[in-house]
Design a protein around this ligand. Structure first.
Ligand code: FMN
Length: 225
């Protein structure tokens, strides 16, 4: 007999902070997150595998629709695989920049100074290819429906980027389009859809980032009090 949802509850561990401390922490995390930037020039300096394990564990703590945790993180440190991924990404990105990009899209990415060239996919010590599990498989191998897959995987990626940033590591949120080559090269099953490709590492010497800003609180928040 299955237990009722009430019986399946466990005590919620929560440490309440004094208001002053709460605000100090709010500003502290804001200042820390402010220094996160998307990096496109990586140093080959190695990163311990254990750091990647911690980051992926953190990503796995994200909330997800019906707790289905519809994600897979493929961590790639192998040089030959990284090269293969770079070449495949450059092929699709070259076609994008030379043929498929619309005028409006080009205008939107102009400030970033990006091109089809993706040397960072080989230079970064690790790549994390994130896959969204579009459906699950039960013990009989039958398909099970997943709910809110995109929202869930997006949240997990937010946790992942934040954890890596907290460890002093840099990332790029990359979406070479289309990303089907990742399924082929990494030999992923049909229910795993490529979601993001994230190089991880340290900045190359003299690395720069685009001089772009973030919207102010007043521009992104609406209050009803
Ligand atoms: C869903 C998503 C896809 C992105 N795809 C790319 C990409 O393919 N190539 C790239 O150089 N940057 C990509 N970016 C990075 C954005 O350009 C970057 O986050 C934005 O310019 C803000 O800069 P910041 O991350 O340094 O704050 C992507 C970001 C997101 C969230």
């Amino acid at each position: 007999m299955s237990r009722s949802s009430e019986e399946r509850q466990i005590p919620f561990e929560h440490q309440r902070l004094a208001e002053e401390e709460l605000l100090i922490r709010g500003e502290r995390i804001y200042q820390r997150l402010r220094s996160r930037r998307s990096l496109r020039a990586f140093s080959p300096q190695p990163v311990p595998r254990e750091a990647m394990e911690w980051a992926v564990r953190c990503a796995g703590l994200a909330p997800s629709g019906a707790n289905q945790q519809p994600w897979r993180f493929v961590v790639i440190g192998d040089s030959a695989l990284k090269r293969e991924i770079r070449l495949a990404a450059e092929e699709v990105e070259r076609e994008f920049y030379e043929q498929r990009v619309t005028e409006a899209w080009q205008e939107a990415i102009d400030p970033l100074g990006t091109s089809w060239k993706k040397p960072f996919l080989e230079e970064a010590p690790y790549l994390i290819a994130v896959f969204a599990l579009t459906y699950g498989l039960d013990e009989q191998g039958e398909r099970t429906k997943h709910y809110y897959t995109n929202e869930s995987v997006g949240l997990a990626c937010g946790f992942l980027l934040t954890a890596l940033h907290e460890m002093g590591l840099c990332t790029l949120t990359h979406t070479p389009s289309p990303m089907g080559f990742l399924s082929r090269i990494l030999n992923r099953p049909p229910n795993e859809r490529p979601f993001l490709l994230i190089p991880v590492g340290y900045p190359a010497e003299g690395a720069t980032v685009p001089d772009i800003g973030k919207k102010l609180l007043e521009e992104i928040a609406v209050w009803h009090e």
